[in-house]
Structure formats: C-alpha cells, structure tokens
Design a binder for this molecule. Structure first.
Ligand code: SF4
Length: 416
C-alpha cells in the first residue's frame, strides 16, 4: 500500500483523468494523503496550455521533488514536452495517465480491494478469482498482507462470471495477485479450465486475463495457449511480469522463474496465436543489478518485443529483504529507466505502426472526452474513436473501425 498525493492542473479532461487514476489507486489499496510531505509518491497531472503554465509546472515539480520520496509527472506537458523535466533537472518518472497506477505498484502484484467479490463498473466486470500468491519475492510487501494463495472452486467463479454477464458486463477482467497459480494449493493449476468454462457462458462478451507470473503459467502454457486459440471471447493478451533478463537478479528477487521459462511461455503463445499482445514488467535498478545484468534485460526486451511494458525504478519497501540490500545510486536507476523507456517507445511504436490502415472489430468499453469513445480490439489494445458523434456508438457494442494513427499508448480510429 502506498500513500499518494495527487495534484491536477488544467481542464476538465485532465480532472477526469485524475479521477480515473485515483479510482484505480484506491481499487489497488493505495491511500490518498493530504500533503506531499506525508506521501510515498506525489503525482502531478500537468497542463501546458501557455508558456507561463509550463514554467509554473516546472517550478511546482521541483518543489514536489524536494518534498516527497518519489515524483511522477503525467498529463499534457508530460506527454508533449516530457524531456523538459529532465532538462530542468527534475528527477521524476514521466508517464502516460494509464501507466501511473502500475508504476506505483513498484513491481508488486495488484491486490483487488474487493477480496474476491466481483464488481461491475459500467460494462466492465472485475472478477478476482483468488487471493494471495505462491511466491515470496524479496522486494514485495503485499505478500505479507495477503498470504498464500486461496482459490475458490471453479464452479463458484463461473457463477460469479455468469452473474456479471447477466448484469450487463461486456468485458470481464479476471484478476488476482497471480492468476497463473489459481488452484495450485489443491495440487492442480486450473486457470485454463476456469477460462474455458467462463467462455462457455452464453452471451457476447470478452474476457481479459489479469497478471500471471511466468512460473505459474510455464507448466500449463500449452493448455492455456490452446484455450486462447479456441475461444474468441478471450482477448489475445497475456500479462506476464518477467522483471529482469538476468537469472542472477531473478534469484536475488526470489522470482522463482528462469528467463528461459518466460521465453518458452512467449514462444508457446507465438505458436498458437497470430496477433496477440505480450504485456510484461521490468524492474530496473534492483540493488544487485550489475551493468551486465541490465544489458541482459535490454537484450530480452529486444528479443520478445512486448507491446505493453511497465518499467519500474526499484524503490525500497520497508520490511522487505531487498530493503536491507545496499542500493544502487539514484542516477544509475534514472539512466537505466530512461534508456529502457526509450526502447519501449520504439518497440511499441513499431507494433502500432503496423496497425495503421487496418480495419478491426472493437468493443466500446467507455465514453471518452468530447465525442470520443474508448475501445479494445481482439488483442486488448486500446483504440480511441475520436469522433463517434455520427454513429452513436454505445458502450458495450462491438463495432468496426479503421485505424488511422496512434500515439504509442493507444491507436486512433475512425468508424467504418
Ligand atoms: S508474486 Fe511476488 S510480487 Fe507478487 S504478490 Fe507474490 S510475493 Fe508479491
């Protein structure tokens, strides 16, 4: 749980983005605090409407950096002129709105606040399938709060999913700290069994599988990839946080998987699915990460070319074993996360370039600002239809669109 302080500048749209960020942070168990001095992390949602505003943003960012442990800048100035913070000597993570909640997790797994109770938010149903995990990562504090994996039976989760569909859910987000170890405490991993059963439920809806650590899905990778290939309801999307490309660092993190196991999971999905999205996480600046270890992470990144990546700068969590390790200097962490974020930008841009000019079916998941709507394609990529006024797109509808451009975080499209 992190204590956060958020400041929002600019228009109603920016205020809307801040509300979204706060909702996700609260859902993940993080707590808002009044002032930056009490916070573990300060979030600045910036505006850049006029030059005077820019100067005010930089001045305020310097103040916040001095008052709090970690600073994240997001919003229009971050997206349009992110380098200015670096040039002004402000040590901050410059992120898109969507990446802020993930960055605050510090590589730890998300813990649904609702325990295992399903939640319906608009046309999106959140279904936590289990609580706890099977790991003991050296940098993680969540594990101490949630304990070992506890998986309700498949039948119980299927009934919860059915209730969400009957209540109007068009997208079911399967969540948990580590969905890949669902059922492990009973001696048999059952994620693929559960997904197959949920896809048997009558109705037109999509299912997104939440974070699954490489160790948990490695042993069932064939069965899982087969279920994905056989079920159109499943978004072709896998979020498997590898965290490092070095087995030495993975050992010090106590991540339980080897780099080769992660690569085998990726290769298995490549064999079964033509177009799918690999999402992963890298922690840079872990205390024992040498230059060679870091280069191994960069090499792995270039090898598997993930389309969605959370790059987290390591920071110590009180009460964890990693907090006892002698840390790397702030500059090293900053340089490595900057370089990896630039590689991420290039690889993601390349993947999105290939989408431009293609036509695809998408699910409208929520209204955007103005006449725009936010959608998801079959590989769970975010697609924004900027002007849906002509065609009355409703949330929950499956529609045809043509991709016309992107900004490396989402694709832009027009209705067909
Ligand atoms: S898998 Fe590791 S990081 Fe995730 S909750 Fe368990 S111990 Fe924490």
């Amino acid at each position: 749980m992190a204590r956060y302080h958020i400041e929002t500048y600019g228009c109603t749209s920016n205020r809307g983005e801040s509300r979204q960020i706060e909702r996700k942070l609260r859902d993940a168990g993080h707590k808002p605090v009044e002032g930056p001095e009490e916070a573990d992390v300060a979030i600045m949602n910036t505006c850049t409407v006029v030059e005077k505003t820019e100067r005010n943003m930089l001045r305020r960012a310097r103040e916040l950096e001095a008052e709090t442990a970690d600073l994240i800048v997001t919003g229009c100035m971050a997206l349009a002129q992110g380098e200015e913070f670096d040039e002004a000597g402000v040590d901050a993570q410059v992120l898109h709105w969507d990446d802020v909640p993930t960055a605050i997790r510090n590589g730890e797994c998300p813990t649904p606040e609702s325990g295992t109770d399903p939640v319906l938010d608009g046309v999106v149903g959140i279904l936590p399938i289990a609580r706890g995990c099977m790991s003991d990562c050296s940098y993680c504090i969540t594990r101490q709060a949630t304990g070992k994996i506890d998986s309700p039976p498949v039948e119980e989760n299927v009934e919860k999913a059915r209730a969400l569909v009957h209540a109007g859910a068009k997208e079911i987000r399967i969540t948990g700290q580590d969905t890949g170890v669902y059922g492990w405490e009973e001696g048999e991993r059952k994620l693929h069994v559960l997904l197959d059963r949920i896809c048997d439920i009558e109705g037109d809806f999509r299912v997104r599988v939440g974070m699954a650590n490489p160790k948990g899905i490695h042993g069932i990778r064939e069965e899982l990839a087969t279920v994905f290939a056989e079920n159109e309801k499943l978004y072709d999307f896998i979020h498997a946080p590898v965290q490092s490309g070095s087995n030495d660092v993975l050992g010090d993190m106590r991540r339980q998987h080897q780099v080769s196991e992660f690569v085998e999971v990726v290769e298995t999905f490549d064999d079964h699915l033509d177009h799918w999205t690999l999402s992963t996480d890298f922690i840079v600046g872990f205390p024992t990460e040498t230059d060679r270890d870091y280069e191994q992470s960069m090499a792995l990144f270039r090898e598997v070319r993930p389309e969605k990546v959370n790059v987290t700068r390591f920071s110590k969590r009180p009460g964890t074993d990693a907090a006892e390790m002698k840390g790397l200097g702030g500059q090293t962490k900053k340089d490595r996360s900057k370089e990896m974020s630039e590689l991420k930008h290039d690889i993601v841009a390349e993947a999105y370039d290939e989408l431009v000019g293609t036509t695809r079916e998408v699910l409208v998941v929520e209204e955007g600002t103005g006449d725009s709507v936010k959608c998801r394609d079959g590989a769970y990529r975010q697609v924004i239809v900027q002007d849906a006024s002509e065609c009355d797109f409703e949330t929950g509808e499956f529609v045809e669109v043509e991709v016309t451009g992107h900004n490396t975080v989402y694709a832009l499209a027009d209705p067909v």
